[in-house]
Design a protein around this ligand. Sequence first.
Ligand code: IMP
Length: 203
Amino acid sequence: MSDKKKIIFATTNEGKMNEIRMIMADLNVELLSLKDLDIQTQIEENGTTFEENAIIKAKAISEITGEMVMADDSGLEVDYMDKAPGVYSARYLGEDTPYSIKNQTILDNLKDAKDEERSARFVCAIAAAFPDGKVITSIATIEGLIATEERGTNGFGYDPLLYVPEYDMTTGEMTPELKNKISHRGKALEIMKEKLKHEGFDC
Ligand code: IMP
């Protein structure tokens, strides 16, 4: 039997879970997704902020499993669209609508936007919920501009849209290694790793 500590990550999104596994690879922990544990549950993400939704998910699964559980809530904020789709990013135009359509709709919404009006960011909040009810959170962003067309086939979701000027590419054109180093999720997880170490969590 493995003597590694277990961390359950409350997501069924494989694209996200692949990124999280890469970012957490240096930790001496066994990382399990809800799929790995065969936990099927619908948690209503009824928070109004990324942080609230991350806490709702982490707490709900920690209560079911009795284990320490981490969850993230993330999404795209487009300033020209009053920060939409925001916390509704996964549900934007319907959960099952292909991203080719979601992305094209955002491009259409911004067709008259000037360069300086195209600012946008991915935001990621992470919550760690402990069995005793304690919760720790972290939050980070990656800033960019909405591209004028989809670019790149790496990543998932809205990645082909977020152009990052410093690298002259969208997050969809980045290698997974580069994206994980500079992304909202990568940075929020790094902050969380440090907070967990301060809590004496041996990782
Ligand atoms: P969540 O699973 O409720 O956190 O929904 C996150 C949604 O935000 C995803 O389904 C994507 O639509 C979008 N999103 C979050 N992070 C990224 C990313 O790194 N790349 C592209 N889309 C993302």
